[in-house]
Design a protein around this ligand. Sequence first.
Ligand SMILES: [Zn+2]
Length: 149
Amino acid sequence: MKAFIKEFKEFAMRGNVMDMAVGVVIGGAFGAIITALVDNIITPIIGAAMGGVNFSKLAITVGKAQIGYGAFIQAVIDFLIVAFCIFCLLKAMNKAANLKKKEEEAPEEPTTKECPFCKTEIAIGATRCPNCTSVLELNADIDLEPESK
Ligand SMILES: [Zn+2]
């Protein structure tokens, strides 16, 4: 039991619990908005398009059982709208995260290098060190003073 409590404490202390709680509360409020949208706007529009049927009361009676498929279709539409909204939200969040990542990675390009002879920092394009006047390796294959053969 002690180990269980300890494990729960560790789980609760991870910091995600508060985020999760906020998510649940916002999600609940969001769900109410979606339900209102579906019940009061989308369902009547579909009902009107189908010739004025009350959508949520669509049902078939088989023997003594009543199959309320209208309410089921409504729940599916409800779910599709929520799923679509969450998908859009995630996509926007991913895009924002990627942008931030790129901004952090951008200034990584070096503008200086180290002179292999005197170990001072010099411009990356330098072919001769301004401090010790050594010709740098980059230039080694270019014959400045060709040997006579
Ligand atoms: Zn140098």
